[in-house]
Every structure is written in C-alpha cells, then in structure tokens.
Design a protein around this ligand. Structure first.
Ligand code: XUL
Ligand code: CO
Length: 481
C-alpha cells in the first residue's frame, strides 16, 4: 500500500532525483577503504591509479570481443574527409560519471567508488577531479563538461562557494594540460532550495540576482579553463501552474538574464558559443525551453537569435514527443545546431533515464543531421548519460562510454554509406521534382499569387499524386545498418 502511494507521488521526485547530481554531503558513508592502497588524506592527493587494471582504450575493430576496446570508433580514421574524432568531439559529463551514485527516490546509492570518502569536502572534490582526468586520458577523449556545484562544494556564502570553485578549477586547469578542455561548463541553478521557483524566472528578485552572480562566476571559470561553449539548461525555468504565474513577465526576465549573459561574455572576451538546452518538463511541469522550435521562437522574439545555439539532448527530444532526429533537423534548419547531449530514454519509462545511446538506427539518423550540419564544432557530443543503478563496477564506467562512442561511430559510418550511395537523396530529390519547373520556381521565389495559381489549377485539372515511397526509403536506410 505504502509502495503504491509512493508510486503515485513518486514521479516528480523521481524525475528530480534521476538527474543524479549530488550537491551536498552524502552523509556518513564509509571512509576511503584502506585495502585499496589509496592515500585518502585531506590534500586530495591519491597515490597510484584510480582505475588500476584498466588500460588505455584502443581500437581493435568489429571482430574484437574485448569489452575494453573500441570496435567501431577509430579516432584518426577519416570518414567523408574528416577524422572520426573531429566529427565526434566526445566529452565526459562530470555529474554523471563522477557524482552519479545510483540513488533513486526508492533506494539508497548503490555505488561508492573506491576513491570516495563519503564527504563533499574540498579534498574529496580534488581527488575526484584527479579521477576524472585519469578516466578521460584512458578513454582517449579530449573534453569534459561540468556544473559549478558538482565539481566543488557549495558555500555558506557566494564568496565561500566561489573560493571553493576557484581551488578546484585551479587543479582542473593543471590536470587538463594542453590537450584537454571543457566542451562546456554551466551553473547548477536547480538543486539548491533557493531555486525552487526558478533562477532567471523566479518570482523573487533576490533569486534572480543570486542566479546571475552564479552564472557570471561559472562563465568566468569556463573561460579560464578554455571551455568552448557555455550551456543554459532551465530545469526550473518554467511553471507548475499558470494560476499563480505571470508567464509573460517570467519570459521577459529570462530574456533579460540571457542578454546580460551575452554582454558579460563579450566583456570578458569569452568566444565560446552560448547554448540553450531545450527540455519540455522534469523537474518543472512545463519548462519554457520546451523544444527546439519553441526555443528558436523565444530567441527570435527577444532578438537573441544570433547570440545562442541549441544543445539538443536526445532523451529531452523524446520527452517532448519528438524524435532526436526531428529536434536536430529543426535546430539545423534554424541555423541553431550547436551541440548534442548524447543519450537515450527507455520507451517504457516516461522520464529522463539518461541512458547511453545503443540504438544504431537512432545513431545513424543523428549522424545524418551532424553531417548535413558540417559537424558540430565548436560543439560536440557530451555523454549526458549515466550507468544503470544496478551497474556498480568501476569498469562499467568505461564499458558504458565505449558503447556510447562505438554506437555513434557506427552511426557515422552508416550515415556516410547512405550519403555516398546517394539513393536516398535521389528518392527525396525525385519526390519534389515537380517543383523544379517554371511554376515551381515561381512558387519558391514567392512570385506566384493566387490568381496565377488558380489559372494553373483550372488548366491542369485534378493533379496525379505519386507514392511517397516510404518503405523504399526505409529499405535503403536498413541496408546501411
Ligand atoms: C538535465 C540535463 C542537464 C543539463 C545540464 O536533464 O540534461 O544535465 O545537460 O544542466
Ligand atoms: Co543535458
């Protein structure tokens, strides 16, 4: 009975917690295990490897049975004139890979990684950062993404939080070396209770002010670390009911907030792209950046269209009732495709499960859009994806990323096959060829008025409507997988 009740009350909570972003102390969890040979001192140092026994991940080809090897992702191999690594620009999401603990509203965390001491101390933050860079190095990627509050502990004051962030960021800068940098950084404006009504769209001006100060600092550290983009995800920028909400005023506030961010970016000389990440709901019942089209319209209305691009997340796309491919194409056709948060949902579960993408057909569609877009740079693919609650081995972190990378690499290979083969493009060209005529050209040039069109309709009579050849298109697509 209790369980039934929880199930009903659960969804909102579940949606909140499935983000799996930990911002506060996780309580009295076990201290650093002594038998692992790690030094768990306050300094954040750690003797030896975080991932002993895990080699640098190499490409071994499709026949390999080695779970710790790439079968399809071959970083330096050229596909359609560009190296795979330059098409992909993969990134590790710090919040899932290093703060995800498997906890959900129905159960305690299932993962305590060997380097975790159960605290949210500064020393722990530094040790975790070292683990992050060993992971990135072994996986062979060059990029990572973070929220301010998942890399460093919050403070009692803004000054204290900023000082904590500065300390961790200084270490991250050192560990990055010359090769690694953030694909993007962002501010966590959804976990702290002060953001319960939103950040930029809160009804309380003090919260708007605080959120602005937090974004200012997060932009500064992203810039300092050489970040290539900065993301705005408005998890709480929306409403729970219109009965108590002045939607027009909140949207105006959001636009003013983003204008201030644009001005600050220019002031500090940050050349990265500002990205908005659409999502329809979760945690808020209705988020203002519902989907790509809604967000494009918002940017146009407020004169911000040239200043932002979109970070399309596949699981957010499906939550909004679209496919990932639809959202990517909508963004691309509006000149707004900037980055992809690579993940997927579960068709039987109605929330943001943030799973690693393993569907080859979906990956192929995604890569068709990416190729049409000429790539994503300075954006890339961020694995906004987490291990399942039941996957608890350290090596699972590697296996999950390898599978995600291989799936997208397979998608790229398939998409290239489809493009090089040309028959799908030819099918589409033929479908519209009636517009490659004198009257079609007049229509497309906006020179065909209703009088002219009526004259033509009378002259031609009932049009013959050809087949859409959907099954043939699906057959061609299938053959490439
Ligand atoms: C939440 C989500 C976020 C953003 C960054 O669904 O995707 O992790 O990517 O705040
Ligand atoms: Co995301």
């Amino acid at each position: 009975m209790l369980e039934m009740k929880n199930m009903k009350l659960g969804p909102m909570l579940l949606l909140l917690l499935c983000l799996n972003i930990v911002s506060s102390s996780v309580g009295n969890a076990p201290t650093c295990p002594a038998d692992l040979g790690g030094d768990c001192s306050d300094s954040g140092e750690w003797e030896g490897e975080f991932f002993p026994g895990i080699p640098k991940i190499k490409y071994e080809g499709p026949s390999s049975k080695n779970p710790l090897a790439f079968k399809w992702y071959n970083a330096d191999e050229e596909i359609l004139g560009k190296k795979m690594k330059d098409w992909m620009r993969f990134s590790v999401a710090f919040w899932h890979t290093f703060r995800g603990n498997g906890g959900d509203p129905f159960g305690a965390p299932t993962k305590t990684w060997p380097w975790e001491d159960g605290t949210n101390s500064l020393a722990m933050a530094k040790r975790r950062m070292r683990a992050n860079f060993e992971f990135i190095d072994k996986l062979g990627v060059d990029r990572w993404c973070f929220h301010d509050r998942d890399i460093a502990p919050d403070g009692k004051t803004l000054e204290e939080a900023n000082a904590n962030l500065d300390e961790v960021v200084a270490l991250a800068k050192e560990l990055q070396g010359t090769k690694i940098k953030p694909l993007w950084g962002t501010a966590q404006l959804f976990m702290h209770p002060r953001y319960m009504h939103g950040g930029a769209t809160s009804s309380e001006v003090g919260v708007y002010v605080y959120a602005a100060a937090q974004v200012k600092k997060a932009m500064e550290v992203t810039h300092y670390l050489g970040g290539e983009n900065y993301v705005f995800w408005g998890g709480r920028e929306g409403y729970q009911t219109l009965l108590n909400t002045d939607m027009g005023r909140e949207l105006d506030h959001l636009a003013r907030f983003l204008e201030a961010a644009v001005a600050y970016k220019k002031k500090i000389g940050f050349n990265g792209t500002l990205l908005i990440e659409p999502k329809p709901q979760e945690p808020t019942k209705h988020q203002y950046d519902w989907d790509a089209a809604t967000t494009a319209n918002f940017l146009r209305k407020y004169g911000l269209i040239g200043e932002f691009k979109l970070n399309i997340e596949c699981n957010h796309a499906t939550l909004s009732g679209h496919s990932c491919h639809h959202e990517l194409e909508t963004a691309r056709l509006n000149g707004l495709l900037g980055n992809i948060d690579a993940n997927t949902g579960d068709p039987q579960i109605g929330w943001d499960t943030d799973q690693f993408l393993t569907d080859i057909a979906e990956a192929t569609n995604v890569m068709i859009s990416v190729i049409r877009n000429g790539g994503l740079a300075p954006g890339g693919f961020n694995f906004d994806a987490k291990l399942r609650r039941e996957s608890t081995d350290v090596e699972d972190l590697f296996i999950a990323h390898i599978t995600g990378m291989d799936t997208l690499a397979r998608g790229l290979r398939n998409a290239a096959k489809i493009i090089e083969d040309g028959s799908l493009a030819e099918l589409v060209r033929k479908r519209y060829e009636s517009f490659d005529t004198e009257i079609g050209a007049l229509i497309e040039a906006g020179k065909a008025d209703f009088d002219l069109l009526e004259k033509k309709a009378k002259e031609w009579g009932e049009p013959k409507v050809p087949s859409a050849k959907q099954e043939l298109a699906e057959m061609i697509f299938q053959c490439a997988l």
